[in-house]
Design a protein around this ligand. Sequence first.
Ligand SMILES: [Zn+2]
Ligand SMILES: [Zn+2]
Length: 419
Amino acid sequence: MRAVLDHVGVAVKDLAAALAFYRDALGLDVEGAEDVASQRVRAHFVPVGGAALELLEATAADSPIAKYVEKRGPGLHHITLRVEDINAALAQLKSRGVRLIDEQPRPGAEHALVAFIHPSAAHGVLVELKQAAVAGRQSSVRRFALGDLELVSVCDGFFHLDGGAMFGVVPKPLWSARAPADDRNRITMAMRPLIVRGARTMIIDAGLGDKENAKFAEIYGVDRARNLDHSLAEAGLSADDIDIVLATHLHFDHAGGFTMRDASGRVRPRFPRAQYVVRRGEWEDATHPHERNKASYFADNYVPLADAGVLQLVDEDQTIMPGVRVQRTGGHTTHHQMVVIESGGKTAAFVADMMPTTAHLPGPWIMGYDLYPMDTLAAKNAFVKDAVANETLVFFEHDPATPAGYIKEEHGKRRVVPA
Ligand SMILES: [Zn+2]
Ligand SMILES: [Zn+2]
């Protein structure tokens, strides 16, 4: 396994005193704190070169850090090694009989997945394994060449949805091994629009945007500390560069970023030069929601596009710009569509909510939100068969760690190899 030193954890008894040393005396930068509810600790990151120090402060008397400090006093607590695939790393360790504290990964700071190895197996050191989320302290932008096109995966931050709802009929012991739940049973979801640069510049979906209020942010655990604005800037783009905005469907986590509130409070298109392309059936459903889907459709995200005259409705599967075509999947919503991108004999696909994360790869792992799960199943199985045969580069819009990968199938078992 390949691993790099991510950080060294230091258990702190008196945070003010610790800051007086690490920040004031040493003169190091201390980043904003983050609470890790599952561990009842607050983590303060201190970057040092490629790695960091992590000052750990207990937030409750029963926190593992509080117990550690009580028993041994403050000091070095753990080292963290970053790996690419934490499930593969744990499987390797298990096969060698290494004693683990966590048999399965759980949520850590910055939307990472983490698991601890028992100190008795690591010669007295508590070792944490970590699979980082793309878009934490590192870059949120991933670039891929596809023939004459450039594909740029960007990120509008993270939100959280009930894990049970995200995996439908799959029991928690199964899904939580792939997508660990927080203390409110929620799993972490990224929002990753895709930019296609070719004859024109297109963005597919645009994340949540910033029109929602604090109550919404609390319910959905929204973290947009690093959002689409940061991602676009990092990719060397601005909202003015976007010619076409293409919608897979109009749920708020995909279309929220289509509009913005201006200084006068009026909602207007977020990409000032763009034409917005939406499937007509989806538009009809979104503008006439029913009891089952109305929690996902907010008129402010798309009605202002029609008012501004920048809306283009398409009726069927077709090419939107050279190399980019839409294909209806149904299932999640009646007119949910994926985007197929082809250039230079290579194929990529942006599958949106047909397969929101890599954990949704098995046929029956389907969201409870889907209106027609049997349609999702059929569309997904047909797609996966094709994607395996064609070596399609698949984009997973909501995956916290893996923006894109290739699907492999061996002995009936599917897996994703991150790209
Ligand atoms: Zn959706
Ligand atoms: Zn979604």
